[in-house]
Design a protein around this ligand. Structure first.
Ligand SMILES: C[S@@+](CC[C@H](N)C(=O)[O-])C[C@H]1O[C@@H](n2cnc3c(N)ncnc32)[C@H](O)[C@@H]1O
Length: 252
């Protein structure tokens, strides 16, 4: 699975050796973990809540049957909590993230609210420490563009899902509403790093965030990658003028 030492990838707008990207991404999230949730609300004017709610609705965990769910790059638990609230008493969510600081915030936020229905695992999306065909659902929200080997993460998603399992990815996308694109660019490149600097003291991490969004494959290309990882009935749905999209695939 390891790339050759000469292979490079994007870290924001820079080209970096494949092996170096993860370390740089980890620095970003170590740096912003404690202020991550506040920044999401400020940057998106609360819209990230509606996008995550749409993700939980797309998953629709059953109310009366057991449902084992894996939320990868789950960070501070936002998606996991929504899946647990949407499901029944038999819904269980594993929050998996490579960054212990983000998971620690998630653990604190969960408190005793979901006792026995949630657990937290520190691991890499590219090599999940999980047996084949374990989960009914898999989500990854605003996570996959941070993963150096996206194809490896998608293959792992397919491997750990049971037949009939649902893969859902919420990610930033391409704004395709005339007028909104220019406004969105101006906001992204000027306001977000400045706001990040003020709130977290780390403007650089938020510059990475904006640049990494621009490097992520367009919806049709990403949908093809999901299909290549083995998923069937692959679809995607843009929201808010294409600022984000939900991608869906099934293990059939
Ligand atoms: C933008 S945050 C998203 C957190 C959460 N899903 C949300 O929507 O609020 C990206 C997360 O991806 C995690 N991450 C980055 N690379 C990862 C990898 N290779 N495997 C697992 N998690 C990773 C980071 O640690 C961070 O918590």
């Amino acid at each position: 699975m390891a790339g050759s030492p000469d292979e490079t990838t994007h870290f924001g707008s820079q080209s970096v050796p494949l092996g170096e990207k993860q370390e740089r991404v980890n620095d970003v999230f170590h740096s912003v973990a404690r202020r991550y949730d506040l920044m999401n609300d400020l940057m998106s004017a609360g819209l990230h809540r509606a996008w995550k709610a749409a993700l939980a609705t797309a998953l629709s965990p059953p109310k009366k049957r057991a449902f084992r769910h894996l939320d990868v790059a789950g960070g501070t638990g936002d998606v996991a909590f929504r899946v647990l609230d949407a499901g029944g008493a038999l819904t269980h969510v594993t929050v998996l993230d490579i960054n212990g600081d983000m998971l620690e915030v998630g653990r604190e936020r969960a408190g005793a609210r979901y006792d026995g229905r949630i657990d937290f695992v520190e691991a890499n999306a590219e090599a999940l420490p999980i047996e084949d065909a374990t989960f009914d659902g898999y989500t990854i929200a605003f996570g996959i563009r941070n993963v150096p080997r996206i194809d490896a993460a998608l293959r792992e998603a397919h491997r750990v899902l049971r037949r009939g399992g649902h893969f859902l990815c919420l990610e930033f996308s391409n704004v395709d509403l005339p007028g909104l694109d220019a406004l969105y660019d101006a906001y992204s490149f000027n306001v977000i790093p400045a706001l990040g600097g003020l709130v977290t003291g780390d403007a650089e991490s938020y510059r990475y965030l904006v640049e990494s969004i621009r490097r992520f494959p367009p919806r049709a290309a990403f949908a093809r990658m999901i299909g290549e990882a083995g998923f069937g009935r692959v679809t995607h749905r843009a929201m808010t003028g294409g600022i984000v999209a939900i991608h869906s695939g099934w293990k059939i």
